[in-house]
Design a protein around this ligand. Sequence first.
Ligand code: NAD
Length: 424
Amino acid sequence: MKRIAALVRRDALRLAQIVVMEQGKPMNEALGEVGGTAEFFDYYAEFARRIQGEILPSDAAGEQIWIQRVPIGVVGAIIPWNYPSALVSRKVAPSMIAGDTIVLKPHEMTPLSALEMGRIFHEAGVPPGVVNIVCGAGELIGHAMSSSPDIDMLTMTGSVPTGKRIMQAAADHLTPVSLELGGKAPFIVMPDCNLDMAVRAAASSRYMNCGQVCICNERTLVHRDIHDEFVERFLAFSKSLRIGDPMDRRTDIGPKVSLAELEKVERYVDAAVSAGAQLRLGGRRLQNPPTPGGYWFEPTVFTGVDPSMEIMNREVFGPVLPIMGFGDFEEALNIANASRYGLSAYLFTDHMPTIMKAVSEIQFGELYVNRIGPESLQGFHVGYGDSGVGGDDGVHGLEAYMRKKTVYLNHSGASPVGLMPYGG
Ligand code: NAD
């Protein structure tokens, strides 16, 4: 696994170029993603000496009870297009250290990063059959994996409807599933915060990967005392960002992944305008795109929104931000929590009682206070509600790749019959 990490670092530029070519994120972000791809292997390699079992006292003399953690068997991993390199290692690294084999299906739009990782696994000396990469359509290959009796655990990152389909197909064989699905992260800004930091963080968290990240800032809630100033600064900062060729390291925002994804964003924007939201910036396809091809959309900002609008409820997955004012923190919390999604939430304040109220009352699996993502390897990436079941990363993410075996070991030489508590 350490050799894989070293090879990923050796080939980082090439891997990042493949990510940019097939997915469209800017080169700086792609290099960051590839850095993460290596780190998953370094991190999980450390668990070679850390996976522990338990020995429990028995009710009888001369007996031990062991609980072992053993490999689950064959893992089926299905991943989306937005992190085509890092999500390979997020699934493969824990499966490898757990002692499993894995069948991984990349998204049909972005298979090349996964195949390039396959080349690296081969070069690193991973034995044949340990990591298997199968490309193809979700309804065909993904469904075959989800409904297969030969797969012992399914881990999928993707959209909510697909997650539900996978869970339904897996039910036939009672195959356990871990589903990392969509989000609609609230980004709450309180009046005492460092406004400049909050504006930059809100923008980075909205525009990274052209808004195509499950933990993106999807709805910004700003205290009324600072709402207007926040909006002005946010608009100014958005206009200062460089939209450009994603291969250029100076580019901040690149194109979207596909025409279908561009059209989805367009529909959400049109619906928000029809619903009466106030369009403050952007709202259209880019008029003079920096490259001949690509699916470009302008950074887009709405104000005058209310929580009932679709733009405040559905995951948009594009560079489109609704900003809404609120009166007190209780109101912000209620708006934040009134969502079927429950992945990431953000809070910008230095006021400790407000932070602690959020910690206890926010109904999201991840709370970021005065910082944004990405999530850390040692954390637990977990969503509530429609954002999924199970979770990735750290010690808790690794658990899904193993199962437990209980061993009752009578080494006393005495007949076990006398030990039976039920007189049987
Ligand atoms: P998607 O659901 O369309 O596709 C994900 C994967 O599922 C693909 O490999 C696809 O081929 C496969 N698939 C499609 N239909 C299938 C079926 N019937 N059976 C089995 N597999 C099938 O999602 P997407 O558009 O690639 O990704 C975007 C979504 O992913 C967003 O909602 C985003 O929030 C989510 N996402 C979540 C996380 C997270 O960690 N929570 C991370 C990244 C992306």
